[in-house]
Design a protein. Sequence first.
Length: 143
Amino acid sequence: MKFYGSLKKSDSDKIITEVAHIIKSEAAVHVDSIMLHIAKTHVIVRLDPETKEFLSPSEKLSNIPAGTIKYAPDDDKKWYVLSIGSKNIITRDESHKITGILANDIRQLECIGYTPIVIPQYEWNNMFEEGVKQKYLKNLLFR
């Protein structure tokens, strides 16, 4: 997986790498900017709901020209966007309410056909065993 810019991996970059490892397929995880008016990159995962297999999102998304909104292709597959919720964007009370720019991002992703999944950074970082992270991620993707 290629990351451009700084040589130091951010916490989000580390989580993206761990997700690719847990899914057991680097090809099944695509990192791209979906909406041209939002500078952040998104982690896209494509899942076949019938076979429960992860498919490469790149084969569909690479055909969409840069500088346009990358709508989720209508192909009877589940298109997920994994977003990392930092401590400043998710409330720490029992509601875990998503606020700010991430709440706006989620609404817009739903409008263009993706199912956003928010991974609270503080929860992910408190899971130290790979098996626990794998179970957590599968619970999010296979609900």
